[in-house]
Design a protein around this ligand. Structure first.
Ligand code: ARG
Length: 265
C-alpha cells in the first residue's frame, strides 16, 4: 500500500513537471505575436528544405539558402529574431493557420488563390516554371504534355499548371512531397516530365550532373514572384517584414544575395 502511494506521488510530481515544461515551451514558440510586446519574441519560420538554392540542409544539419539569407537580412534591419524549422511543404501552410509558425519562407509563389487565406510580403524573387524531361525525350512544349504523365511537387504552382493543362482530376498527374522526388520518379521511368521552379531545377542539374535531364522553357508560363507568408491579418509582422525588405532592396543587400534587381525592371 505504501509503495502504491509513493508510485502515485511520483506520477503526480512527474505530471506537474511535464505541465510546467509544457507551459514554458508553449510560451517560447507561442505564436501570438502581440502577446510579449515584440523585442524578445522569436518568430518561427516554416520551410521545406529540399529546395536549393532557396533552402536546403547543409553538412552540419543547418537550414541554409537564399530564403534564409534574405529573411535573416530583413530581420537584422528591423531588429526581430527568427528561427527556421524544416517541417514539410503542406505544413508550411497548415502551421501558419494553427499558429505553430509565424512565417512561411519556402520559395512560396504569391498567388491570388493563396492570398485568400494568407498574407504575403512584397516580392523578393522573380521565378518561372519550366519543364524538365529526360535528355532523350522528344517533348518540346507544354502543349505536348496534354496526355503525358507529369510529376510535380504536390500543391506547388507546377501542380496547378499541370491541372490547368490536363484538368483537375487527371490521373496523369503524379504529385510528390518534394520537387527532387518528382524528378527522381521521372528518372525512374514513372513520368514523362516534371513541371517545377526554374532556379531550383537548374541547381538540381548542377548538383546532379550524372542525371541526364534537359529543360524546356515555355512561353505559356507566366512570371511568378516569391514572398514571405504570414497569417491573414497579422499586419504587425507583415509591416515589419515589408519594412526590412524595402531596406534591403534599397541598400543593395537583396541584390547581393539573389543576384537580381527584378523590382527595378
Ligand atoms: N514556388 C512554388 C510554389 O510556391 C514551389 C515552392 C516549393 N518550395 C519548397 N521549398 N519546396 O508553389
Amino acid at each position: 500500500m505504501k509503495q502504491k502511494f509513493s508510485t502515485l506521488l511520483i506520477i503526480a510530481v512527474a505530471m506537474l513537471v511535464l505541465a510546467a515544461c509544457g507551459t514554458k515551451e508553449g510560451a517560447k514558440s507561442g505564436s501570438d505575436t502581440s502577446s510579449d510586446g515584440g523585442d524578445n519574441k522569436v518568430y518561427v519560420v516554416g520551410t521545406e528544405a529540399t529546395f536549393a538554392p532557396f533552402e536546403s540542409i547543409d553538412a552540419n544539419g543547418n537550414i541554409v539558402g537564399i530564403d534564409v539569407d534574405v529573411l535573416n537580412a530583413i530581420a537584422d534591419e528591423v531588429g526581430i529574431q527568427v528561427e527556421w524549422r524544416n517541417i514539410g511543404w503542406d505544413a508550411v501552410f497548415s502551421t501558419i493557420n494553427n499558429k505553430e509558425t509565424d512565417i512561411g519562407g519556402s520559395g512560396i509563389t504569391i498567388t491570388e488563390d493563396r492570398k485568400k487565406t494568407f498574407d504575403f510580403t512584397e516580392p523578393y524573387y522573380e521565378s518561372k516554371l519550366l519543364i524538365v524531361v529526360p535528355s532523350n525525350s522528344k517533348v518540346k512544349s507544354l502543349d505536348e504534355l496534354k496526355d503525358k504523365k507529369i510529376a510535380v511537387q504536390i500543391n506547388a504552382t507546377g501542380h496547378v499548371a499541370a491541372k490547368k493543362l490536363q484538368g483537375e482530376t487527371s490521373t496523369n498527374i503524379l504529385a510528390f512531397e518534394s520537387q527532387p522526388f518528382a524528378i527522381q520518379e521521372m528518372l525512374n521511368g514513372n513520368a514523362d516530365a516534371v513541371i517545377g521552379d526554374n532556379a531550383v531545377v537548374y541547381e538540381y542539374m548542377k548538383a546532379n550532373p550524372d542525371k541526364k535531364l534537359k529543360v524546356i522553357e515555355d512561353a505559356a508560363f507566366e512570371k511568378e514572384y516569391y514572398g514571405f507568408m504570414v497569417r491573414k491579418g497579422n499586419t504587425e509582422l507583415l509591416d515589419k517584414l515589408n519594412e526590412g525588405l524595402q531596406k534591403i532592396k534599397d541598400n543593395g543587400k537583396l541584390k547581393e544575395i539573389t543576384n537580381s534587381e527584378f523590382w527595378k525592371e
